[in-house]
Design a protein around this ligand. Structure first.
Ligand code: AHM
Ligand code: MG
Length: 329
């Protein structure tokens, strides 16, 4: 049987993996590992609903707009409800920041952890049976537990994350997470109802030949971004863009590539949200040996000023991100 680098065989359940690696979880009181289990459970429920989205009356628009003024899909809303419920029942979280909610959601004030999440990202792909994902970041609150959650608990830099990850609803469903000790990937086995270790120590190739960007917006990008895209074309790199951040990121992490969402003339801060889209993937990228920047600064060093703050994002293989940055200078 294949053994993982941590000494656990490929196929080990997520639960057992977490128990055996309890010392990977900072503060090791069991609360954080329980929280990761709660998120994994919510992911199973979302997975079930995503898989039925062509059958049940849950795809299509919800008829409402979210805080960003974007149309909400029914599954966006459903995923948000499922996650909030799982984290409420779990009791390990004092506050949630969600893409779908304008304000902070306050939960158990006795708890020590804050979760920032995009319950279902890439939602424009739901109705067309294309991969989508959940993204989550976990922070330890700074103010004492028991009291009200403060903005300093919420607006922490990405470098303060104690754990982060994503669940990809793709050709199979996978949960990928880090607690700052490497990146581990688990594939969901639906007949068992378990996530099984499939990718133990995930490493992003240092270099790659894939670039992922919405080239339809080419004329709206800054000159240096256009120049870098020209460079990629000149190198005969492959263009691969799903329009689901988790899926594009995951492919590039496995195969070597760069994902870019630059600022544009229409979106001067970029489109993606720092707290619940960029930071989690930036931590995963770095833990896998890759890089993530806004073009000027490491994503994980950005001081957030607002819940739904946006940031440009360049993320993936280290040498490709380095090269892109050399065009900025
Ligand atoms: P969402 O949170 O509304 O789903 O938007 C985020 C998504 C990313 O998953 C994806 O990479 C990007 O938006 C695609 O945007 P565009 O259609 O502008 O290329
Ligand atoms: Mg999103």
């Amino acid at each position: 049987m294949n053994k993982s680098n941590l000494g656990l065989p490929i196929g080990t359940t997520l639960d057992r993996f977490i128990k055996r690696n309890q010392d990977e979880f900072p503060y090791a009181t069991g609360e954080l590992s329980q929280l990761v289990r709660d998120i994994a459970l919510a992911g199973k429920i979302i997975n079930r609903e995503v898989n039925q989205s062509g059958l049940l009356d849950i795809s299509g628009g919800f008829g409402e707009k979210n805080v960003q003024g974007e149309d909400q899909q029914k599954l966006d809303v459903i995923a948000n409800i499922r996650f909030i419920r799982a984290l409420t029942n779990g009791g390990e979280v004092c506050a949630i920041v969600s893409e779908e909610d304008e304000e902070v959601i306050n939960l158990n004030p006795q708890s020590r952890y804050v979760v920032c999440m995009d319950p279902l990202d890439g939602s424009s792909n739901i109705d067309v049976n294309v991969s989508i994902g959940t993204i989550f970041s976990i922070y330890r609150r700074k103010s004492p537990s028991g009291g009200p959650v403060q903005m300093e608990d919420i607006l922490q830099k990405g470098s303060e994350q104690v754990a982060a990850g994503y669940i990809l609803y793709g050709s199979s469903t996978m949960m990928v997470y880090t607690t700052g000790h490497g990146v581990h990937g688990f594939t969901y086995e639906p007949s068992l109802g378990e996530y099984l270790l499939s990718h133990d120590i995930m490493k992003c190739p240092v270099d790659g030949k894939i670039y992922s960007v919405n080239e339809g917006s080419y004329n709206l990008f800054d000159q240096h971004v256009m120049d870098y895209i020209e460079y990629c074309r000149g190198q005969h790199y492959s263009a691969r863009y799903i329009g689901s951040l988790v899926a594009d990121f995951h492919r590039n992490m496995l195969k070597g590539g760069i994902y870019m969402y630059p600022k544009t003339a229409k979106a001067p801060e970029g489109k993606l949200r720092l707290l619940y889209e960029c930071n989690a993937l930036a931590l995963i990228a770095e833990q896998a040996g890759g890089r993530a920047t806004d073009g000027h600064q490491r994503i994980l060093d950005i001081e957030p000023k607002a819940l739904h703050q946006r940031s440009p994002l360049y993320i993936g293989s280290k040498s490709m991100v380095d090269k892109m940055e050399s065009f900025v200078k």
